[in-house]
Design a protein around this ligand. Structure first.
Ligand SMILES: CC(C)(COP(=O)(O)OP(=O)(O)OC[C@H]1O[C@@H](n2cnc3c(N)ncnc32)[C@H](O)[C@@H]1OP(=O)(O)O)[C@@H](O)C(=O)NCCC(=O)NCCS
Length: 165
């Protein structure tokens, strides 16, 4: 498996992974699949802001991707990033999520980021376990902040402090 920076040619595969997660889970708080053009806008905004978009590649196929960006607006938050990781459904539980998250953490450290935040649906035990293994701890649990397909959802914020000053 190779982890590398994403390019425009990866966006069709990234969109397919994103839409599968929207359709079959509560991991993304959106209800409707998006066109590739929406992910092109997302990708270009991340790149223009200097944030990493990574893909995991196995046998020339995109197996998953990871990204981070601003946690909240305002320069006071510049050292904090919020990330996400998604793995193609047929390739989960094979270490790909771990590999992507590990690389995102390395990049964040090399950029001098101080805190990484993961916003995870409270029922997403796979992601909560993954993040716990990397030293993320729960810092907030926000009941009913979202609704998807009629169901109220609870968001868990997990964070990891990268560099102690
Ligand atoms: C969550 C996700 C990114 C994890 O990636 P993955 O490649 O499946 O996970 P890995 O194989 O790297 O597993 C990493 C660790 O997470 C834990 N884990 C992963 N999936 C799990 C599951 N379904 N249940 C419990 N623990 C799980 C395991 O403890 C594993 O560690 P181990 O291999 O030492 O046992 C992936 O399953 C995914 O894309 N899920 C759908 C979208 C999603 O939930 N994204 C995260 C949004 S916050």
């Amino acid at each position: 498996m190779q982890i590398r920076r994403a390019s425009h040619s990866d966006l069709e595969a990234i969109t397919a992974i994103y839409n599968e997660v929207i359709s079959n889970s509560d991991a993304i708080y959106r209800e409707n699949a998006v066109p590739v053009s929406e992910r092109i806008g997302w990708f270009e905004a991340k790149i223009n802001d200097g944030f990493p978009v990574l893909v995991a590649v196995i046998a020339d196929q995109i197996a998953g991707y990871g990204v981070y960006g601003n946690f909240r607006f305002g320069e006071g938050y510049n050292q904090t990033v919020e990330h996400s990781v998604h793995v193609r459904s047929d390739l989960r539980s094979q270490g790909i999520g771990k590999a992507i998250l590990s690389e995102l953490i390395s990049i964040a450290i090399s950029e001098g980021r101080h805190v990484m935040v993961a916003a995870i649906d409270s029922k997403n035990l796979g992601s909560i376990t993954l993040h716990s293994k990397f030293g993320f701890t729960e810092s907030a649990r926000m009941p009913e902040v979202a609704r998807k397909n009629g169901n109220l959802l609870t968001l868990v914020l997990m964070q990891k402090i990268l560099n102690y000053e």
